[in-house]
Design a protein around this ligand. Structure first.
Ligand code: FAS
Ligand code: PHB
Length: 394
């Protein structure tokens, strides 16, 4: 027995991309069905991004889901780069007139789930065997299993918001899909701890022992990272070992204010740069991590996903409201131009701020020279700042 469901846009994935797209389309009166292989509790439990560009905040405002973000988020006007103890502040607001908002992806996801649920959004959680089909026709469909029942969603468009390990990218024929990848020779070990942050602004540190990042989730909850071997086992990293390493890499001045405590989340993430082209195939549109991955150094992953969604939403609304397919037809070209610029920035900052095992003494000197140039050049600092606060949509 197959259950058939009709909708305008079938969204595969209920992470930030899928949820934001569903809300923005709903605001334009466009109905969607959203399906995810996990459930809401699992999706909300994932600890990921922590910094929102102004554009992402604007997207949440457009979605009508920004009230708590403005109440609890922390606007930041700058951050620090540190090299073997020397520090340089990137004055975001002085150089660009903009700020970034420290607000966890977990919270953003909760806010979007609350809003979608309050508006009666149709979700299918814990689905299996998702197969997008008929993508080159005017009425594609998405088949999947849910609660032991076979379901098919017939729609106008399929939005592939199912992340790096999803099925949407793989629905594009291999003779059409092109992928580009750089895998970094290290990972990030991240912890959460209920202790006030070591600094009121983020500190990105490159130390001879490796990279470290001091971030936060609130004025009482800190989020810290250190570069580690991607094959490390998180069980080998006791809190004491983490604190010792983290303090050494921050340097004595910055670490003087460090309040250590028990971690309540500890995980290791691999780092990669990845792009899939095209981001459209027939009536399938990719958005977010299903199409690209950036190393978290530039705080871009979530923000790049939100920018994709704003561009895709504009295209779909223009089609439904005015019958104009211009933005749909140029979606992949438009969005990829911005994706590659953000990939460049994330790669550049990762290359500058990490210890690479293969780096010769010359490359290490180049890293230090780049840092010294940033310290001495307002133009160089402005370049970092304008990328960090977020590039224009197009
Ligand atoms: P997501 O991966 O968040 O969501 C995809 C959804 O699709 C998931 O809920 C999944 O269950 C679902 N799905 C997958 N396959 C499916 C299928 N076959 N059928 C149905 N549903 C399916 N970004 C930053 O900006 N800053 C950071 O500090 C940062 N840190 C990160 C740390 C880690 C460990 C990771 C993994 C990522 C980090 N990111 C960071 C990037 C991250 O935030 C992503 O950019 C963001 O989650 C992208 O959102 P989505 O595109 O919605 O993809
Ligand atoms: C975080 O707070 O999780 C965070 C902040 C900035 C980054 C990466 C992660 O560049």
């Amino acid at each position: 027995m197959t259950r058939t469901v009709q909708t305008s846009v079938c969204i595969i994935g209920a992470g930030p991309s899928g949820l934001l797209l569903s809300q923005l389309l709903a605001n334009a009166g466009i109905d969607t069905v959203v399906l995810d292989r996990k459930d809401r509790a699992y999706i909300e439990s994932r600890v990921r991004a922590g910094v929102l560009e102004q554009g992402t905040v604007e997207a949440m405002e457009e979605a009508g889901a920004a009230d708590r973000l403005h109440r609890e988020g922390l606007p930041h006007e700058g951050f620090k780069l540190a090299f073997d103890g020397d520090q340089h502040r990137i004055d975001l607001t002085g150089l660009t007139g903009k700020t970034v908002m420290v607000y966890g992806q977990t919270e953003m996801t909760k806010d979007l789930f609350d809003k979608r649920t309050a508006e009666g959004q149709a979700f299918y959680f814990n689905v299996d065997d998702v197969v997008p089909t008929e993508l080159k026709t005017d009425r594609p469909s998405v088949h999947f299993k849910h609660d032991g029942e076979q379901v098919v969603v017939e729609c106008d468009f399929v939005a592939g918001c199912d992340g790096f390990h999803g099925v949407s990218r793989r629905a594009i024929p291999s003779d059409i899909l092109r992928t580009f990848e750089r895998i970094y020779p290290f990972g990030w070990l991240g912890i959460l701890t209920e202790r006030p942050p070591v600094s009121h602004e983020l500190i990105y540190a490159n130390h001879e022992r490796g990279f470290a990042l001091a971030s936060m989730r609130s004025e009482t909850r800190s989020r810290y990272y250190i570069q580690c071997d991607v094959n490390d086992d998180v069980a080998d990293w006791s809190d004491d070992r983490f604190w010792q390493e983290f303090a050494r890499r921050l340097g004595p001045d910055a670490a003087a204010n460090l309040q250590t405590g028990p971690s309540f989340e500890k995980s290791i993430a691999p780092l990669r740069s990845f792009v899939a082209e095209p981001m459209r195939y027939g009536n399938l549109f990719l958005a977010g991590d299903s199409a690209h991955i950036v190393p978290p150094t530039g705080a871009k992953g979530l923000n790049l996903a939100a920018a994709d969604v704003r561009i895709l939403n504009r295209a779909l609304v223009e089609y439904y409201k005015n019958g104009n397919a211009q933005y749909i037809d140029t979606y992949s070209e438009t969005v990829l131009k911005r994706v590659w610029k953000v990939e460049r920035f994330s790669w550049q900052l990762s290359t500058l701020m990490h210890q690479f095992p293969e780096n010769s003494d010359f490359e290490k000197r180049m890293q230090r020279a780049e840092f010294d140039y940033l310290c001495s050049s307002e133009a160089a600092s402005r370049s970092i700042a304008e990328n960090y606060v977020g590039l224009p949509l197009d």
